[in-house]
Design a binder for this molecule. Structure first.
Ligand code: F6R
Length: 615
């Protein structure tokens, strides 16, 4: 949610900042802006409503000089998306500029106090309060920008990652973080600041992740120094070497990141599995679990917290862990868990499941469980993000950067890791036989190839999408392992095509939802050969009897459903517990092609952002 970029060095900053904004556009794209201290010492701020391209058009004839600058791409929280509410925000004297990711909870109180001191505000944002507060402190105490930002950081309540520059000091950027991510890239005497590493990787692979409660001074002469905001003591700088490549951040010839990421899944899942199933196929190796074996053996309960697509993967994780480990699992929306005074304690394991590793609700749910003594375990994609750094242990899904706002390869990566975790813990508990482990592990290894097989249906799915492009509502039905797949299929369609869709347990439909079914309401039914296959077949008949159109996802060779459904998409046979890894693929493609037919912005759907770092 909102992306921040900053640069201080010997190159001209503008191109670096704008290129960085393009990389971070997935975090928010309703407006953007840059602030640079020009070669002649002016503080130039350019902002525009809309995508980064609009900013580039607006700025093209302006003074773009300067080797220090900050920039921002916005996902609006306070105040509608327009030029005025866009960041950077400027102090009353027009000397200090600031960009912010997060939300300031006490901004009203601060605003009132500053208004009484003669400050006026031009925007509706919470952010403007912070830059005015910094200026107020700096003027009142006659202190440095660093001291003023540090004091302001102590006074604001909420989540923030900020970067600040002062026209009177073109050699310094001050940055601070509390609950919103910030990364600083270092290359000789150049410094790159960003909300995540993607804008930095083309310049350097050496990065420093700022911790919560830290403030950084980036100075041309003195380099990078980091301090604790509260204690004021200097922190040790820990440089991490990133392994990400620039190709992973490009579309690679695909029209959209989402399509690229769907088609990447054979490779990303191979990466996810790599080194985690022993070469003889008899063991699963997840060191984050093995090192804490006792915790997993003795847990009374596992709680998985997540949001959105990750929550759907968590529901599949529940089935997997309960099937293989017989440990009770509850799956909670992180946003609900954190505020419901949950019963959680030291015999519980809390798994925080998150692609970005930055989702504010998931992070807060994790912190809550940790404070109550639970063992907290992260399953994330983005290396070095906040959730993995806050957990006792965890494992990455290793599917590479996911840039399309709609999650695809992260979902299958999450399910794959949860399957391996369930097998491993089940084996450690003596509940999974060697034969079962070998069979399921070998099926996990087959998944990348089987997904390639499913891609052969790409053209058919494209044709099918044409038939349903103008439907106004969709029902997605599934049972057991594939009830979450139905939820996920419906979410994919909703978020990128803006067609209303509901995911439902197939049998539950007859308790109310069936009233919606008619000729205009297609149902996508996952009817693979599992332990409830016959029941799902009856559910299809119930839909057909009411004139509903049915698109069925079936197991290869199925003749029963084929004779009944209007359209059929086949997926290869595999262990039942892994079927969501296959059934989700045609659903991703169907949503993608329908959205493309409707002319939607697939990678950046309206109102959404990839990394939800606000409540
Ligand atoms: C949907 C989607 C979102 C995310 C959700 C959680 O396609 O991407 O629903 O799954 O915002 O994000 P993470 O997994 O980063 O915590």
């Amino acid at each position: 949610m909102c992306g921040i970029v900053g640069y201080l060095g010997k190159q001209q900053a503008y191109q670096i900042l704008v290129q960085g904004l393009h990389r971070l556009e997935y975090r928010g794209y309703d407006s953007s802006g840059v602030a640079m201290i020009s070669d002649s010492g002016a503080l130039n701020i350019y902002k525009a409503k809309g995508k980064v391209k609009a900013l580039e058009d607006h700025a093209k004839d302006k003074d773009l000089s300067g080797s220090i600058g900050i920039a921002h791409t916005r996902w609006a929280t306070h105040g509608e998306p327009n030029d005025i509410n866009a960041h950077p925000h400027c102090s009353q004297s027009q000397n200090i500029a600031l960009v912010h990711n997060g939300t300031i909870e006490n901004y009203n109180v601060l605003k009132e106090a500053l208004t009484q001191q003669g400050y006026t505000f031009v925007s509706e944002t919470d952010t403007e309060v912070v830059v005015q507060l910094i200026e107020y402190i700096k003027t009142k105490n006659n202190c440095s920008l660093f001291d003023a930002v540090k004091e302001a950081a102590r006074q604001v309540v909420g989540a923030y990652a900020i970067a600040v520059i002062d026209k009177n000091n073109p050699d310094e950027i001050i940055a601070a973080r509390q609950s919103s991510p910030l990364v600083i890239g270092i290359k000789d005497d150049e410094y790159f600041l960003a909300s995540d590493a993607t804008p930095i990787i083309e310049y350097t692979n050496k990065v420093v992740y700022l911790n919560d409660g830290e403030i950084a001074v980036i100075n041309r002469k003195d380099g990078l120094r980091v301090f604790d905001i509260k204690s004021r003591s200097e922190a040790k700088i820990c440089i991490t070497e990133l392994k990400m490549s620039i190709e992973e951040l490009e579309k690679g010839g695909y029209p959209h990141f989402m399509l690229k990421e769907i088609f990447e899944q054979p490779k990303t899942l191979a990466d996810c599995i790599s080194g985690r199933i022993s070469s003889d196929g008899k063991r699963v190796v997840l060191s984050g679990v093995i090192e804490h074996k006792e915790k997993f053996l003795n847990a009374n309960r596992i709680i998985i917290v997540a949001c959105g697509t990750s929550w759907h993967a968590a529901l599949i994780g529940k089935h997997l862990i309960e099937d293989f480990c017989r440990t009770p699992v509850v799956v909670e929306y992180a946003s609900e868990f954190r505020y419901c005074n949950p019963v959680v304690g030291e015999n519980d394991i809390l798994i925080a499941l998150s692609q970005s590793g930055e989702t504010a609700d998931t992070l807060a749910a994790l912190e809550l469980a940790k404070s109550r003594g639970a063992f907290v375990f992260g399953i994330c994609n983005v290396i070095g993000s906040s959730i993995p750094r806050a957990t006792h242990s965890g494992c990455y899904i290793h599917v590479g950067p996911e840039i399309g706002v709609a999650s695809t390869k992260a979902f299958t990566g999450q399910v794959t890791v949860l399957a391996m975790l369930a097998l491993l813990v089940g084996q450690m508990k003596g509940l999974v036989s060697d034969e079962t482990l070998e069979k399921v592990a070998s099926d996990i290894r087959r998944v990348p190839l089987l997904i390639k097989d499913i891609f052969k249906m790409n053209d058919r799915i494209q044709d099918l999408a044409k038939i349903f492009t103008y439907a106004h509502n969709f029902l997605y039905l599934g049972r057991g392992y594939n009830y979450p797949s139905a939820l996920e299929g419906a979410l994919k369609l909703k978020e990128i095509s803006y067609i209303h869709a509901e995911g439902y347990p197939a049998a539950e439909m007859k308790h109310g939802t069936i009233a919606l079914i008619d000729n205009d309401m297609p149902s996508v039914v996952i009817a693979i050969k599992d332990n409830v296959y016959e029941k799902t077949v009856s559910n299809i008949q119930q839909v057909k009897a009411r004139g509903g159109k049915v698109v069925a996802i079936v197991t290869e060779g199925d003749t029963v459903v084929s004779g009944m459904a209007d359209y059929v998409l086949e997926v290869p046979e595999i262990s039942e517990c892994l079927t969501p890894l296959l059934t989700s693929i045609p659903l991703q493609l169907l949503a993608y092609y329908i959205a493309v037919n409707k002319g939607r912005n697939v990678d950046q759907p309206r109102n959404l952002a990839k990394s939800v770092t606000v409540e």
